[in-house]
Design a protein around this ligand. Structure first.
Ligand SMILES: Cc1cc2nc3c(=O)[nH]c(=O)nc-3n(C[C@H](O)[C@H](O)[C@H](O)COP(=O)(O)OP(=O)(O)OC[C@H]3O[C@@H](n4cnc5c(N)ncnc54)[C@H](O)[C@@H]3O)c2cc1C
Length: 287
C-alpha cells in the first residue's frame, strides 16, 4: 500500500447525516451564504450560514458529532505582492439554537436579558472579532447572501461515544462554543434520569466578553449540583491561582475525560495543571 493511501484511510471521514447533503456534493469545498448575524457580547457574534445544497442536521444524532469544527477559507489580496492567497481558519459547530433555548428558559420563569426569535435555521458559528483579524473582520463584514467556502465537519471533536460518566470541560473565551451542546443536553434532560455529569469551567478576559451566561446559569439552577457545576472566571491574570486550584480539585476527582478548548497558551496551562492533579494525559482532550 502506498503511503498516500494509508494516510487517506486514516483521515477522519465526514460523519454521515451530520450535514444533509442534498445533491451528494463535495464537502471539501462547500459554498454557504451569510443569512443572519447578531452580536451576543462585546465583539462576539453569532453568524448563521445557509446553503442550497447542504443543511445542518437539526439535532445531533451521535455524541461523536459534538465539538467538531469547520474550515472557513477566503481569498485575500496581499498588499505587498498584489497576489491572492487563500487564508483559512477553523470554527466550532453547534447544533443548539440559542434563541429557542432562551425562549424555553424564559418560559420556565428565568429572567433572560435579551430575547430574540430565530427565524433563520442554518449552520451557525460563534466568533470573536479581533482588531486586524483577517477572517473575523471578513466574517463580520459579510452582507446577507455573501459567500464563504467551508470544509467539514472536521476533527475528532469531544471524542466520546456516549454521554455517560463524569467529565470536566475547561474553556477559554470562545472555547466555550463546543460545550454549549453538552449544557443544552443537561437542560433538555433536566427532569429525566441520565448518566452524564459535567463540571464546566469558563474563563473570559473581561466581563463584557461573556456570552451564553443566562442559559448556562439557568441550567445550573435547574439540576442538582452533582449533575452540573458551572464556574465562571473573569480576568484571567488575577484569577490564574483560582483556576489552578479549581483544576487541581477537579482533576483529583478523576473524571472520565477533561476537555480543554481555548487559545494554545491557555490549553497547555490547563493540561499541565490537570496532569499535576493526577489526571492521565490520555484522558485530557485538547480541542
Ligand atoms: C479547532 C479550532 C476551533 C476554533 N473555533 C473557534 C470558534 O468557534 N470561534 C472563534 O471565534 N474562534 C475559533 N477558533 C480560532 C479561529 O480559527 C481564528 O484563529 C480566530 O478567529 C482569529 O482569526 P483571524 O483571522 O480573525 O485573526 P488573525 O488574522 O489570525 O490574527 C490577527 C490578530 O488577532 C488577534 N488574535 C487572533 N486570535 C487570537 C486569540 N485566540 N487570542 C487573542 N488574540 C487573537 C491577534 O492580535 C492577532 O495578531 C478556533 C480555532 C481552532 C484551531
Amino acid at each position: 500500500m502506498k503511503i498516500v493511501d494509508y494516510l487517506s484511510i486514516n483521515t477522519i471521514s465526514y460523519p454521515e447525516n451530520f450535514l444533509i447533503n442534498k445533491n451528494n456534493s463535495d464537502q471539501n469545498n462547500m459554498i454557504w451564504r451569510m443569512a443572519k448575524k447578531r452580536k451576543i457580547s462585546h465583539r462576539t457574534y453569532i453568524i448563521t450560514f445557509k446553503s442550497k445544497e447542504f443543511e445542518l442536521n437539526p439535532v445531533w444524532e451521535k455524541a461523536e458529532w459534538l465539538g467538531k469544527h469547520f474550515k472557513a477559507s477566503i481569498m485575500v489580496k496581499s498588499s505587498l505582492t498584489n497576489k491572492y492567497t487563500t487564508i483559512s481558519r477553523y470554527y466550532s459547530c453547534i447544533f443548539v439554537d440559542l434563541d429557542s433555548w432562551k425562549q424555553e428558559v424564559s418560559d420556565e420563569g428565568s429572567e433572560i436579558t435579551e430575547l430574540t426569535r430565530n427565524d433563520v435555521k442554518g449552520l451557525s458559528f460563534i466568533i470573536k472579532v479581533y482588531k486586524g483579524g483577517i477572517m473575523t473582520e471578513y466574517l463580520k463584514s459579510l452582507a446577507k447572501n455573501e459567500k464563504i467556502a467551508l470544509k467539514g465537519p472536521l476533527g475528532p471533536g469531544l471524542s466520546v461515544d456516549n454521554l455517560s460518566g463524569e467529565f470536566i470541560a475547561v474553556a477559554g473565551g470562545t472555547g466555550l462554543v463546543p460545550f454549549l451542546d453538552l449544557v443544552h443536553y443537561i437542560w433538555v434532560n433536566r427532569n429525566n434520569p441520565h448518566e452524564f455529569k459535567l463540571t464546566l469551567i469558563v474563563s473570559f478576559r473581561r466581563k463584557k466578553d461573556v456570552f451564553a451566561y443566562d442559559l448556562i446559569s439557568a441550567t445550573e439552577r435547574a439540576v442538582n449540583s452533582n449533575i452540573f457545576k458551572f464556574v465562571l472566571i473573569v480576568s484571567s491574570k488575577k484569577q490564574k491561582p483560582c483556576l489552578r486550584e479549581l483544576l487541581i480539585e477537579n482533576g483529583k476527582q478523576k473524571p472520565k475525560k477533561a476537555w480543554v478548548c481555548g487559545p494554545s497558551g491557555f490549553n497547555s496551562f490547563v493540561a499541565e495543571v490537570l496532569m499535576q492533579s493526577g489526571l492521565e494525559r490520555q484522558n485530557i482532550i485538547i480541542m
